[in-house]
Design a protein around this ligand. Structure first.
Ligand SMILES: [Ca+2]
Ligand SMILES: [Ca+2]
Ligand SMILES: [Ca+2]
Ligand SMILES: [Ca+2]
Length: 384
């Protein structure tokens, strides 16, 4: 006889089996080809607009169509992020011109980039090396990046168009400085304006950090940049729930951290180490408001001496190889997951059925939504 507990286990096993069985649509993510041309998708927002870069420049993908946005007044560009308003940020450059950070806003709603719709953020007033980079934009239009102050010294910044004139003006950057050394690289900013990143400490080590304008004065003050304390570490993403994702370099360990006790200190028991897909190296790239993380990992396998890498999603304490969660006959190999939105849609790049690099969008089946929201499905079984 099954007792009630055993029955519960049996039912959960059934639920887990249903998620992975061929009868369940042969996978729990639908995979959409965003485009080829050596494309990589780096950002997806809650409206399922996707940005990234292909051989011909930055792109916006929406409603099944990839549109080339060009390079925002320069010869080359890389798009890194898109917010819920469809604003895209990244970097652009031409030979002989310092790399600059751009933000594009589709002012006329055409879905294409016209002159006057992009701005270059630039470095700090008085910088002797006017180069800047932007890596993330939140729903309020706050951009996280860094600017060169002089050769060999970069400061992190949070920029926003405070006077709403469509240009970057003096006084619109919060200068985050550095963690004590010569560089600071903010990598992400959440909708509360909290920044994750990494930089050099006074002793010359690389440390992951979190920055928050805790007193709300629009400036970076003492105590507002929190060193995560892990040696040789890099924070790469922050979710709207405050979950920070990052990794340590040697030995490589991807992690999450969240200030569970709210004391603005990185306590040891607040770190979760995520492991890898079996290889030596893994990196998280994004985390959504539910604390679900996506990234890249070596699998431990090698092809012609080169390590094989797959994209993954980490939810409810388990790192899943995304290749186990798509239809088995899709013809795709998912090599990296670069962003995830709040409903669990994931973008990145992989090898498509034609053997070329393509950008992809994974849209979760309803059961996956339930899992990612922590809504009662506890057992998601690996198929191998
Ligand atoms: Ca336009
Ligand atoms: Ca302005
Ligand atoms: Ca402050
Ligand atoms: Ca704490």
């Amino acid at each position: 006889m099954l007792n009630s507990r055993m029955l519960g286990v049996a039912m959960l096993t059934l639920a887990a089996g249903a998620l992975c069985s061929p009868s369940f649509g042969a996978g729990i993510y639908q995979i959409i080809d965003v485009g080829g041309g050596f494309a990589e998708a780096t950002g997806v927002n809650n409206a399922l607009q996707v940005t990234g870069t292909s051989g011909s420049g930055s792109f916006l993908w929406q409603n099944g169509t990839m549109t080339n946005l060009g390079n925002f007044g320069m010869d080359h560009s890389i798009a890194y992020d898109i917010n819920d308003a469809g604003q895209i940020v990244g970097i652009c450059w031409s030979s002989g011109v310092p790399t600059d950070a751009f933000m594009w806003t589709d002012g006329n709603g055409s879905g294409t980039a016209e002159v006057g719709e992009w701005l270059h953020i630039g470095s700090f007033p008085g910088s002797t090396l006017p180069s800047a980079r932007a890596f993330a934009v939140n729903s309020a239009g706050q951009v996280a990046g860094y600017g060169a102050v002089q050769y060999g010294l970069t400061h992190g910044f949070v920029w926003s168009d405070l006077n709403d004139n469509g240009q970057s003006d003096a006084g619109e950057k919060i200068d985050l400085g550095t963690p004590g050394g010569d560089f600071c690289t903010p990598t992400d900013i959440n909708d509360a304006g909290v920044v994750a990143g990494y930089g050099e400490t006074a002793s010359g080590a690389d440390h992951g950090f979190v920055w928050d304008d805790r007193d709300g004065n629009g400036q970076s003050d003492a105590g507002e940049m929190l060193d995560l304390g892990l040696p040789n570490s890099y924070a790469t993403a922050i979710g709207d729930d405050g979950t920070v994702a990052g990794y340590t370099g040697v030995p490589n360990q991807p992690f999450t951290w969240k200030d569970l006790d709210g004391d603005w200190e990185a306590d040891q028991d607040e770190f979760v180490f995520l492991g890898t897909l079996g290889g030596l190296y893994a990196r998280p790239h994004a985390v959504n408001k539910h604390g679900v993380v996506v990234g890249w990992s070596e699998t431990g396998e090698f092809v012609e001496g080169d390590p094989v890498a797959h994209g993954w999603v980490y939810a409810n304490g388990v790192m899943h190889d995304l290749n186990d969660l798509i239809p088995a006959d899709s013809g795709w190999v998912i090599e990296s997951a670069d962003d995830i939105n709040d409903s669990g849609a994931i973008v990145g790049y992989g090898t498509g059925p034609d053997g070329q690099r393509h950008a992809f969008l994974l849209v979760p089946e309803p059961a996956m939504l339930l899992l990612l929201a922590g809504g009662g499905v506890v057992g998601l079984r690996r198929r191998r």
